[in-house]
Design a binder for this molecule. Structure first.
Ligand SMILES: *[C@@H]1O[C@H](CO)[C@@H](O)[C@H](O)[C@H]1NC(C)=O
Ligand SMILES: *[C@@H]1O[C@H](CO)[C@@H](O)[C@H](O)[C@H]1NC(C)=O
Length: 457
């Protein structure tokens, strides 16, 4: 620790201008300090607030280097700041969790809330840098478009385009939506002739088109509702690829729409390989299982598109928590996002084929499939208890000593207190444990915070 301190001092001496250009481990990330607040001016920054003890921050570190590399040469500079050292900095930006990623330009600030991948974060920074609604003549090549799957085909989220006069209701709702969803998605305007060319036929204007997975669909119009309600719903539905990857944050976004979620649940190794239950009597290949649902999503698009958002997750506990049971891997689950009722096919995964899966999806639509779970008060309590029990179990499997310490120590103190209350005279000798107690408390607080963060993911 001492050498680190002197190292920091040296660095401070070296950077007289306050913003120190420490190229961390050969990357282009700039290490920032409190002085940044006075000196930043109108420059544009993407800043990560981290804490040295935060595991998620360490995990983000290599990604952050890639992001700095990808944004090199743009106006966006990429920095990071140790929020535990430079508390004024963190307080100024109301940082509450770690890591927090903030886009900053003059007085404009935007907190990033999506998945922590290079593509997603770079896409976010680039969108924030540009005007809210860029005018283009053809769809730009978007190398940092978040892509959904590593399966046979790359599927991409929706890019929205408006063409027509810049007044009237459709325009005002479109520009409002673009502003609302700009953190996550791309919105453009085009001249009518260019949009005609993109779609391959003359359209009636004003028109809104979504481009995704290599094809274009036209916003069908209000159809009896107000333009605001119908265009908002259409954008919510169309912004994701037909077959997407569900993560904590993308799932939260999908829940804002009103489609059912149909997802394949598999495990994912650290290197991104799909895993399933190895020891199961009937082993099922995760890739094949996922391909099956993806094929159905594509082939029966006209039938199911209105009702299902298809995809997969490599984070089983997201699904387990909704279904309130530990699902075998792989599994197929359908979730009604309004009622939180979940549906699981009656057949085990190794018996599922394309036809049975279609029958299952139809049964959900017809209301004949048997659901479980829901959004009642009892279900929420049950979910919370199960979630806590599973985290405890995972912690125990990960680190039994720490778990014992974390839960054993407070229990120990509690029994001591109870004991001293009941049998006061035995505990006459004053106990000098202030220092130790504080240390443990601090440690626990930290762990709790860290775990909280983990849960949010
Ligand atoms: C659309 O409706 C939302 C609320 O549902 C409202 O906040 C928003 O201002 C409306 N937008 C326009 C352009 O009318
Ligand atoms: C979700 O369930 C409700 C109540 O059963 C139903 O009205 C609604 O249509 C379902 N949602 C979808 C997308 O099927």
């Amino acid at each position: 620790m001492k050498w680190m301190n002197s190292c920091f001092k040296l660095v401070f001496l070296l950077c007289f201008c306050g913003v120190c250009h420490v190229l961390c481990a050969g990357t282009r990330v700039v290490e920032l300090s409190d002085r940044f607040l006075e000196l930043r001016g109108d420059s544009t920054w993407l800043i990560m607030f981290y804490a040295p003890w935060c595991g998620h921050c360490r995990k983000l570190e290599p990604t952050w280097g890639h992001i700095a590399q990808a944004l090199y040469g743009t106006q966006i500079r990429v920095g990071r700041v140790d929020a535990t050292r430079f508390t004024a900095f963190a307080a100024e930006f109301e940082v509450r969790g770690f890591p927090t990623i903030i886009f900053l330009r003059g007085s404009e600030r935007a907190v990033y809330q999506g998945d922590r991948t290079t593509a997603d974060i770079v896409g976010f920074a680039r969108r924030m840098l540009g005007p809210p609604l860029p005018h283009v003549t053809e769809l730009p090549n978007l190398p940092f478009m978040p892509t959904a799957t590593t399966g046979r085909e790359k599927e991409e989220g929706g890019i929205f385009v408006y063409a027509g006069p810049k007044d009237g209701e459709l325009w005002s709702v479109y520009s409002w939506l673009a502003d609302e969803h700009r953190y996550y998605h791309y919105f453009y305007t085009m001249d009518e002739e260019h949009l005609d060319k993109l779609v391959g036929r003359p359209l009636t204007y004003p028109a809104v088109v979504v481009h995704k997975d290599g094809s274009n669909s036209l916003y069908p119009g209000p159809e009896g509702e107000g333009v605001n309600a119908s265009l908002s719903r259409w954008v919510l539905h169309e912004r994701f690829p037909h077959f997407m990857r569900f993560t904590g944050s993308s799932l939260a976004q999908v829940f804002k729409g009103s489609k059912n979620i149909a997802m394949v649940v598999v495990g994912e190794s650290k290197t991104g390989l799909l895993t399933t239950d190895e020891t199961a009597e009937h082993y099922v290949d995760g890739y094949k299982f996922r391909d099956m649902l993806q094929t159905i999503a594509r082939e029966d698009r006209n039938k199911y598109h209105q009702h299902f958002q298809f995809g997969w997750t490599g984070t089983p506990h997201l699904a387990n928590n909704l279904v309130m049971t530990r699902l075998p891997l792989p599994s197929l689950v359908v979730i009604n996002t309004t009622t939180l009722v979940c549906y699981v096919p009656p057949e085990p995964s190794h018996d599922l084929n394309h036809d049975l899966t279609r029958l299952f999806l139809d049964a959900v639509l017809e209301g004949t499939a048997e659901g479980r779970g829901g959004d009642s008060y009892a279900h929420r309590v049950q979910r919370a208890v199960l979630g806590a029990a599973w985290s405890l179990q995972e912690m125990w499997q990960g680190n039994p000593v720490l778990t014992t310490l974390l839960f054993g120590l407070p229990m120990g103190f509690l029994s001591l207190i109870l004991y001293s209350v009941c049998c006061g005279d035995i505990m006459d000798a004053p106990m000098d444990e202030d220092d130790e107690g504080e240390g443990v408390e601090e440690y626990e607080r930290r762990l709790a915070r860290d775990m909280d963060h983990e849960k949010k993911d």
